[in-house]
Ligand binder design. Sequence first.
Ligand code: SAH
Ligand code: SF4
Ligand code: F3S
Length: 458
Amino acid sequence: MHDSLMNTTFCVRTFGCQMNKHDSERVCGMLEALGSELVEDIEHADIVVFMTCCVREAADVRLLGQAASLKNIPLREGSPLAKRIVAVGGCIGQRDGEKLTKELPHLDVVFGTHNLASLPRLVREAIEQGGHHVEVLDESLDFPTSLPTAREHAWAAWLPITIGCNNFCTYCIVPYVRGREKSRPLEDIANEARGYVLSGVKEITLLGQNVNSYGRDLYGKPRFADVLDAVSASGVERIRFATSHPKDLTDEVIAKFAELPNLMPALHLPVQSGSNRILAAMNRRYTREHYLELVRKVREACPDIALSTDIIVGFPGETEEDFQQTYDLVREVGYHQVFTFIYSKREGTPAAEMPDDTPREVIQERFDRLVDLVQEGAWQANQPDAGTIVPVLVEGASKRDEHVLSGRSPKNQTVHFRLPDGAGADDWSGRTVNVRVTEAKTWYLSGELEGDPSEAGR
Ligand code: SAH
Ligand code: SF4
Ligand code: F3S
């Protein structure tokens, strides 16, 4: 059956977090293994897969809009199929299952977060039999690690170390759509990392909803610090991880920022709020003081580390005073990047039942004030890099000018630089080059290639 989707084309539209993006790489890997060809545009695709997110309401609305508009796009000429197959997976698929086929009658396939591997079979059934094919499981049978993966970049890989989440922050839908936390055996992680290095991967990003609680469900209780050691030993050039829950960030993990040369100096540490009252209502299980102490320790271990965070504005019952504490915390920490979200009510979560009477305009005004501060802080945080030389892992050329390349610094800043005249514009992605930073802006650094371009990054 390995060629059962031969001569078909498919495209995948992905919403949501890195975990979903990684799942999409597996969807691509599975469909390609069956002979289907990945295309960019929906118009040219015989099979369209939506990998959905429901963490905030906006994501739901986007899916419904995009999926509904598909009805009006004719199937490409030359397609071997009688009609286009539309599949919805990811977190909305998991949450809504059968119900989705009522809202979107032209859906053919619905699958969830626990049964990615069923997608090819469901697609085949839909092609052969017509009708709706819905399959959603309550729990993952095991880690979906044996599925083929088609990675977006040859030089970067996501490596999931846990799936699911046990934290039940009161606003969050993720534990309901991703299930209980499961850790992957340390040996598997180490093997996968070594395999990646052999195949030329330069950057590995370890993934989990809360990487810091890794290993509690495994024999011998290996900890996240052990994962960092094992992945570091693979010799990969750059290691990153997401996400860290402040309640579980240990001194051992913090020490790794000083010990492991390939662990990049960047930490995403979501705080959500600076008010202890709101943190308690969110069930985050740490205080503002504990969080600030973590920041102090992290900076002691790695003085030049870039910190980023997530913040929710307008959680039910948030007062001006609560918000002010968040604002002050953001100013005090000095983040490189802050992802700001307006609270979005998710049915089925405890926060959805909490009294919520703050007017929309008040929340919007707080949000705007915070965004201004975040921009000012990001600009400030980048200034010390002006005039320095930073190693940049090149991602690719700018769409507008092939002589302008972009990549990432160790601190995960976007860096743009121009190639000198005469340097070839192609195949720079995946190389690490030194860039002299001439200007530090709010959201990027710009500079010039340092040294001989023919030698750079080889
Ligand atoms: N597991 C990760 C993040 C998961 S969701 C963690 O705990 O850090 C990513 C971010 O979305 C969260 O950090 C939170 O800031 C935001 N978020 C989650 N649920 C939300 C909701 N109901 N409304 C607004 N933002 C939300
Ligand atoms: Fe959601 Fe909290 Fe789990 Fe993150 S830790 S996924 S915010 S429940
Ligand atoms: Fe969204 Fe699901 Fe990730 S709800 S944030 S795609 S775990």
